[in-house]
Design a binder for this molecule. Structure first.
Ligand SMILES: Cc1cc2nc3c(=O)[nH]c(=O)nc-3n(C[C@H](O)[C@H](O)[C@H](O)COP(=O)(O)O)c2cc1C
Length: 436
């Protein structure tokens, strides 16, 4: 039986249908498609059988043939979560939605609906949408980096206020008295802010978790502040244990700065495991995937994250000194630091981004992978990991069959779920009504 008081690793499955390595889908054993529901369902069940905390769906609001194969075509994430909630029973269900290209009332209602349908397993990954070209698909201009976060701060507060529209027991449905919903148990938000004016109440009862879990993945100053004030889980991309420890410390200090306990927020870096029976076999596996990567398909991914075209520069020369972009600020900083630290050429950096998009890539035997996770976990560089298999389903099956049992043997990961909701899995309390 899992000792729930003991600090244990949290695991998320970062589900991208064509895998995380840009060429993963070309592997003979790979199945692919972020629009392939049968594959997404089977993979989610594999993660549930391995007792993962959650399955996580990223999202973007653009497409194009140059995009990562996992993102060219994909289901609208909340629609997909509704379907996955019917074929799973315990694993948390996290989806990404934008505060720049959505309305608070719509998102509050959709995530609360998923929380009801899934009996308390919903989570919202709050993004401000970094890519300026997104505005081409919406009748508006793309706000600057810091303004996007100011909008997001207000957006999140409106959504949380709407989630508290009704007391848990408001829907009395008293056939005697004819009272369906108790007027004494409704809370009108009447929000009038700089960017939003939202009256309420929300047209769905308060959900099983009270509030679905909030996730944030911004690592810049404004990103960390939003996360520290509002998030339950923080995703991040970190290259080394030292970088991850520095981010972890900075984020937790901000959490305490907002009057919260440090352990109210779980930090989960992205983690791309390439597993072999020997370290050499693992390295060969990555080399096999890299050999299928055409520099032409790698460059757009790098330029997107650096926020600059590199067309005028020698691919076999160093990354030029460029101003840090207004798009994915922290990712641009991370990749620039990586290129400098390892003296990478533009070509080498592009291939590294094509493999893991700046997240931590770990090659090795199952024991070596488990050792790395234990080092980051016990070194307070992470409270858990967002697992990013290079391709599906084999990349995940290797991890769940070979690495998870080692983590369980060491008492670092649960052997079974002890609760029903995602909050139970994360050990995060159900919030009381904010407006009470
Ligand atoms: C694990 C992870 C997942 C992310 N998923 C998404 C996503 O699905 N959609 C999106 O627009 N941005 C996503 N992002 C990007 C972040 O939301 C954010 O824009 C980025 O980390 C830069 O943040 P910053 O501007 O605060 O530095 C993700 C980031 C991380 C680390």
């Amino acid at each position: 039986m899992t000792d729930t008081t003991k600090r244990q690793i949290h695991l998320g499955l970062f589900l991208q249908g064509a895998g995380h390595h840009v060429s993963g889908w070309r592997h003979p054993n790979a199945e692919a498609g972020s629009e392939n529901f049968d594959l997404l369902m089977r993979v989610s069940k594999i993660a549930e059988q391995a007792k993962f905390d959650m399955v996580f769906l990223a999202d973007g609001l653009t497409s194009g043939v140059d995009a990562h194969p996992s993102t060219i075509a994909r289901f609208e994430p909340l629609t997909l979560l509704a379907a996955l909630s019917m074929v799973t029973s315990r694993i948390g269900l996290a989806a990404t939605a934008s505060t720049t290209y959505s309305e608070p009332y719509h998102l509050a209602r959709a995530f609360s609906s998923i929380d009801h349908l899934s009996h308390g397993r919903a989570a919202w990954n709050i993004v401000t949408t970094s890519y300026a070209r997104t505005a081409n698909n919406f009748s508006k201009s793309h706000p600057g980096h810091d303004e996007r976060y100011v909008v997001a701060e207000e957006f999140v507060d409106v959504v949380r206020g709407l989630w508290d529209s009704w007391d848990d027991d408001a829907f009395v449905k008293n056939k005697e008295s004819g009272v369906y919903a108790d007027p004494a148990k409704v809370h009108i938000l009447d929000h009038a802010g700089k960017y939003f004016s939202v009256k309420g109440p929300l047209n769905i009862p308060r959900s099983p978790q009270g509030h679905p879990i909030l996730i944030q993945a911004g690592s810049s100053g404004p990103g960390q502040d939003l996360a520290a004030r509002t998030a339950d889980v923080v995703f991040t991309a970190q290259q080394s244990v030292a970088e991850a420890q520095a981010f972890y410390k900075s984020l937790k200090e901000r959490v305490v700065g907002f009057g919260r306990r440090a352990d109210e927020v779980a930090v989960m870096p992205g983690f791309l495991p390439v597993i072999g029976r020997t370290a050499k076999e693992a390295a060969d596996k990555l080399a096999e995937l890299d050999q299928w990567t055409d520099i032409k398909s790698a460059m757009p991914l790098l330029e997107e994250r650096i926020g600059h075209s590199l067309a005028d520069y020698d691919l076999d020369g160093p990354l030029p000194d460029l101003p840090i972009s207004d798009q994915l600020r922290s990712r641009a900083e991370l990749l620039t630091a990586l290129a400098r630290r390892e003296n990478l050429t533009i070509r080498q950096l592009a291939l590294r981004v094509a493999a893991g998009r700046g997240h931590h890539i770990v090659l090795g035997t199952p024991v070596e992978i488990a050792d790395r996770m234990q080092q980051w976990f016990e070194g307070y560089a992470a409270d858990g990991f967002n697992v990013m298999p290079p391709f599906f389903p084999e990349g995940l099956e290797d991890f769940t069959k070979l690495v998870v049992p080692i983590l369980q043997e060491r008492g670092l990961f649960r052997t079974d779920y002890t609760g029903q909701t995602l909050r139970d899995h994360l050990g995060i309390e159900r919030p009381a009504l904010i407006s009470a």
